[in-house]
Structure formats: C-alpha cells, structure tokens
Design a protein around this ligand. Structure first.
Ligand code: GCU
Length: 665
C-alpha cells in the first residue's frame, strides 16, 4: 500500500536508462550527522528510483558520487553546486546543510525524470526559512486540520519522536532550516526546567536534518515560571531571569534557533501593560540570545480585538503600522519582525501588509499560512503559492524605488549600513499533524512544498515548482501531471471566486472555526473584520476620508488604492464603500460580477472531481479514493458558499441577478 507519509519523497521508480552512467558509490567527505543524512538519503532515494543498489562507501574513488564541503566555504547563506561528468558527480555545499540540500535537489530532478545537471549552483535567498507549528503541550493544535501533535501529548514532549524526525526530513528536503514547535499562544509553563529537558529531545530529532528548534514564549514567563512579582521587560530582575533562562536552554540545545513572540494581541499579555514598547521587550530577549547566535521573531500581528464597530475611523488593518513604524531602527540586530502577508488575517484576498514598507531600518520576515485556516482547512484544494507569489512580487514603491516584498524580506531592499542584506526571511504557519499524510488533503502538501521552494528562491517559476511537486507526489504519467497541474494552478482563483468577493474578506464564520460561509459574523463586533454591508452599499472606506489606511502605503501605492479610478477590482471593497451597481473596470456592475463569479467558480470547483475521475487507475487506489472524496465534498461545499453569498447579496442590495439564477426571498 502507498505510504501517505512519504509525501513528495516517494522515490517511485523512474526509467533508469538516462541515469545508467550514474556511479553507484557515494562518498561523503564529512562525518557530521547532517552529512551522514545526506549520504544515506542519496543511497535510499537512488536505489528506490533506479532499481539498482547505491551504497555509501568509506573510500573515495574516481567514479563516485561525492558529497563535500566547498573549499573556502563561507557560511552566510547556504549554497551548493552540482557538477557532473560522465563518471563522476560532485555535490559541494558551503555548509553540511547545503550539501544535504544539494543531495535532495539531485534526487528531485531524477524523481521528476529530468536530466542530471552538468553544472548547477543555488543559494538560499534568506537565512530564516522556518515553519511555525501551533502545537500545544496537551497535544492539540490551534488551527490544525490534520490530527493531533506529533511533538507533544498530555503536557509533555512525546516519547516516540519518529514522526517529528520524519517531518524534519521533509522540511529539509525543501530547504527549511527552522521549526518553531509550539503555539504562538504559548503554554504559560513552557519554560520550566523540566520541560526544557524534553525539548532537547525534540531538537535531537531535528538535528540530523539541519532543522533547528525554536520556541514561542509568553512574555509573562518571568512571573508565571520564575515567580517574580513582575514581567516588566525593563525590570533588572526580569532581564536577569531571561538571561539565565536562555543560558539554560543553550546548555541543553546548543543550536537552539530562538524565540517567536506574540504579545499585546488577542489577549496575550505584553510590554504595553507596563507602558513599554515592542522594542523594549524584543531587545531584552535578543540581548540574552545574541551571545548564542539566537534570534527573536517578534510578531507584527499586534492589534486590539475590542474595537468600536460604530467608529468609522477604527480600523484593525492599521494596527501593524500604527504599533510598529515608530520603533523602526530601535530593534537589536538579532530581532526580526515577523509580518503576516496581509494586514488582517490570511483572508482569501487582502492587500499586502503596508508594514513591510514601514520598517526600512529593521529586519523583517514574511509570515504565510500553509495551514488553510480561512481557505478551506485542507478540505478544499487551494494552492497558496499563487497567492504568496502575488504578495512577494507586489512592488510597494518604498522611497519611490522598486521594492517588491521579496526584496524587503530577503533584506536586499533596505540593506545594512555595510551594504550586506539584512537578515530576514520566510515563515509558514503549517500545523501538520498525526494524520498519516501530514496535512489531511494530499493536495495540501503542495502548499508546504511550495513554501519551502519560495523561501529558498522567491523567483523560481511557479509552474516549475508545481510541476516538480506533482511529479514527485503523483508520478510522471503525462495525463496525471497535466491534470493535477492545471487544477492546482487555478485553485486559488476558484476558491476566491466562490467565497468573499472583491477583497471584502473571506466571509467565513469569523467568530468560531473559520470554515463555511457566515457573512454577517464579521459585522457589529470588536474583531474589526467589518464589511460594512448595508442597503446602499458595501465595503470599508479606507481612503483618506475614511480610516486613512490607504495612506499608510508609500505615496505611489497609496494613490493607486485611494482612487476608485485605479484601485484594482479584486481589492475594491477592502478600500472603498461603494453602491452595489458600482461599475468595475471590466464594465460589469459589482453585483452582477459577484453573481457571475460565484456561479462560474462553483462550477469550476465541481470540475475537479470530474477531471480527477479520468485518473482512476493511473494513481494508487488509496490516494485516488481519498482525493475523490475530498473533491466531492468541495464540489458540494462550493455550491453552499455560492448560494449563501449570492442570496445574501441579492437580499441586501435588492438587485436581481440578470440571469435569474439567484432565488428571491
Ligand atoms: C488568527 C488565528 C488565531 C491565531 C492568530 C495568530 O487570529 O485565528 O488562532 O492565534 O491568528 O496568528 O496569532
């Protein structure tokens, strides 16, 4: 039977003839755990795919696959080369990890039945390429849709960490080098000495794959764990407590990556309680971590969830810039502000977070969410790299220059005074679980795979990323590859098309579990995801006359969003309050476009099951049935979405569908 946990590392047989000259001896120069993993992985993968045996040997010979550290290696960003001649293949990395990445790359080229490169060189775009897992010590996972935690159970690190180490291998195979294992809403007793010893076992499980452990910490820890009367970040006893705690962590976990911090947000306590700033709090942790080369990922997701919905100036989207821009340049060099891609919360469509352009003297990373909290929770197929690429390519025109988000998070748009890029990077909230296949929907693994690829190289063409994943996951049968690629490529647009229209928000149930349509749950509460839908119009006025949010972008982008003449249709209702018969740039009215798009997109979602049925017998029966069932569910749920949204709009606007499809109530 198919092993679901293999994901894209199935190593299914490929036609061996093109690789007949590949030497069967693998010689690894180094003997670090990571280099040993690399050698063993090559032997395992090549043997399985090519149907002859490959072995790791202890003596170097002409005519071998050689894994080595590059001479004169620098260690700033991981970088590898692959060079091959007829009888010899050499993978050289500037670090042991980079050797491992080179090995995985060779394996994936062969798995995708591509020629072995004669010469290839590749370098990571940024140092931080992490996942965040929102696992709680009790074994539950916040916003996880694929079972319980494989790190924790009943308040402790699990005894059996086989799955944790298998996960680290998956992460490493796409270049991910850090894993923050616990929920950003951190357990208050996370940092007790007893627990720290347990995390050391987790770090041990990750280490052979070059994945470093990070932890989310609650800023009240000096009080909650340390018993101090205060957690004021500027109190000397608090500063000393963090130093001792960090030192204790590093005696147990010498390669510990650092902390993620959620504070002053959604009920988490933070420095605001003492009138201190995010910089005050982040810097205390950063100074404790600096001697050990650890970093602080301080989240920019700080907002007030008790906003007054009657106030036309109140706007949750403003919070990131309002709370952080004034501290630009005040953070220690090992602090990175972790910024969600959009200003609200992983909606199907949001504008890019303006905070990216507001911190030119601060390190930043982008946070995306492979866990599909608002995008179908791994029960709908939605290929999110399409969205992430759109975000990464968005040019914010900071200082009137070309400053796409990808240049900002890789530290190149606003380099350090030395001219070197700022350290920054990419974080994915992934929330994989104990389900055999990690993410529940076999198609959802393409999101984790795509995240790793974009974090390594945000310029890698999307169709290539997808094509590689499809071949590795489903095999090289041309019909299978074509069919899966075509479905995945349009799946974000399709999902957006049957959920919240024109940037208004996903229109899911926002008070509960964020799944299924519940249009007005966004209104009349403190959460600030308002859509401002009423008889005469809909949308948040975020122009200068409204909340002023549009003006938080650099001037060229602000002007584009401010004006109805230039604001793109897909963000219209994020920025403007307009009547339902407002004419879009396409010439259609808003309301008719909503009706049409919902019918078209729900129909397209229904076509996945039909297209998939043509692949019966071409993929293994177990995964075939699993995906068929999920596509059937999606087809039905897309109709539920379509009808909930179209009938709501029909009722509130009083304007009928000109094709007569929407029921009048
Ligand atoms: C969302 C999500 C929460 C999570 C929060 C965060 O609001 O629903 O569960 O804690 O994001 O990113 O901190």
């Amino acid at each position: 039977a198919e092993d679901g946990s293999a994901a894209w590392l199935r190593y299914a047989p490929v036609p061996a003839a093109p690789y007949a000259s590949l030497p069967s001896h693998i010689f690894v120069h180094g003997d670090s755990p990571v280099e040993r993993s690399a050698g063993a992985e090559l032997a395992r993968g090549l043997t399985a795919m090519l149907g002859r045996s490959f072995d790791v040997v202890t003596k170097r010979s002409e005519g071998s696959i050689e894994l080595t550290l590059a001479s004169g290696a620098s260690t700033t960003l991981e970088s590898y080369t692959i060079d091959s001649t007829r009888r010899h293949l050499r993978i050289a990395g500037n670090t042991p990890q980079a050797e491992l990445y080179g090995a995985f790359h060779l394996l994936e080229e062969i798995a995708a039945a591509r020629p072995i490169p004669a010469h290839e060189a590749s370098t990571a775009a940024a140092p931080v390429r992490w996942t965040n897992e929102w696992d709680n010590l009790d074994g539950s996972i916040e916003r996880g849709y694929a079972g319980q935690s494989f790190f924790f159970e009943k308040g402790h690190v699990r005894q059996d960490l086989t799955r944790a180490s298998a996960y680290a291998r998956l992460l490493a195979s796409v270049g991910i080098n850090g894993c923050n294992a616990n929920n950003v809403n951190a357990d208050l007793d996370l940092l007790t000495s007893d627990h720290l010893k347990e995390y050391a076992r987790l770090a041990d499980a990750f280490r052979p794959w070059g994945v470093r452990l990070a932890l989310s910490v609650d800023l009240t820890s000096p009080q909650a764990v340390g018993g101090l009367p205060t957690f004021d970040p500027l109190d000397p006893t608090v500063i000393a407590w963090w130093q001792r705690k960090v030192d204790e962590i590093y005696t147990l976990i010498p390669d510990f990556a650092g902390f993620t911090v959620k504070a002053d947000s959604e009920g988490r306590k933070g420095p605001a309680q003492y009138g201190r700033s995010p910089a005050d709090a982040a810097n205390v942790l950063a100074r404790a971590l600096a001697p050990h080369h650890g970093v602080v990922l301080y989240r920019g997701f700080v907002y007030d969830n008790h906003l007054d919905w009657r106030d036309p100036k109140a706007d949750r989207a403003r919070a990131g810039v309002d709370n952080f821009a004034k501290y630009d340049g005040r953070f220690e060099p090992n602090v990175i502000i972790q910024i969600k891609e959009g200003p609200i919360d992983f909606q199907a469509r949001e504008p890019v977070n303006p905070l990216f352009a507001a911190l030119p003297h601060t390190n930043v990373a982008i946070e995306v969410q492979a866990s599909q909290e608002y995008t179908g929770q791994q029960r709908h197929m939605v290929w999110l790299p399409s969205m992430w690429r759109w975000v990464l390519d968005t040019d914010l025109r900071a200082e009137g220059r070309h400053t796409p988000v990808k240049e900002i998070v890789t530290g190149r748009a606003f380099p350090l005074a030395s001219g070197a890029p700022r350290p920054g990077g990419f974080v994915s909230v992934t929330n994989a679980g104990l389900d055999a296949n990690w993410m529940h929907h076999p198609m959802a693994m393409a999101n984790l795979y795509g995240f790793g690829k974009l974090a390594w190289n945000p310029d890698e063409p999307l169709d290539r990323i997808l094509d590689t994943w499809t071949r590795l996951t489903w095999g090289n049968d041309p019909l299978v590859v074509r069919t899966v690629n075509a479905m995945q490529l349009k799946s974000w647009q399709v999902y957006e098309g049957y959920t919240g229209p024109n940037g208004v928000g996903t229109l899911t149930n926002i008070l509960g579990y964020h799944f299924g349509p519940d249009i007005e749950s966004a209104e009349r509460n403190g959460w600030g995801q308002w859509i401002r839908g009423e008889k005469n119009g809909i949308g948040m006025d975020r122009t200068a006359a409204g909340t002023g949010y549009a003006q938080l972008y650099p001037p060229l982008v602000a002007a584009r969003y401010e004006s109805l003449a230039t604001c793109p249709d897909d963000l219209l209702l994020f920025f403007h309050h307009v009547p339902y018969d407002h004419k879009l740039h396409t010439g259609q009215t808003l309301i008719q476009s909503i009706y049409d798009t919902h019918y078209k997109s729900a129909r397209e979602a229904g076509e996945y099951a039909v297209a998939w049925s043509t692949l019966e017998g071409r993929v293994d029966p177990e995964r075939y049935r699993q995906v068929a069932a999920l596509f059937n569910f999606q087809a039905g749920h897309a109709i539920v979405w379509r009808d909930a949204i179209d009938t709501w709009f029909e009722r509130i606007s009083g304007i009928a569908d000109d094709k007569g499809r929407v029921d009048r109530h």
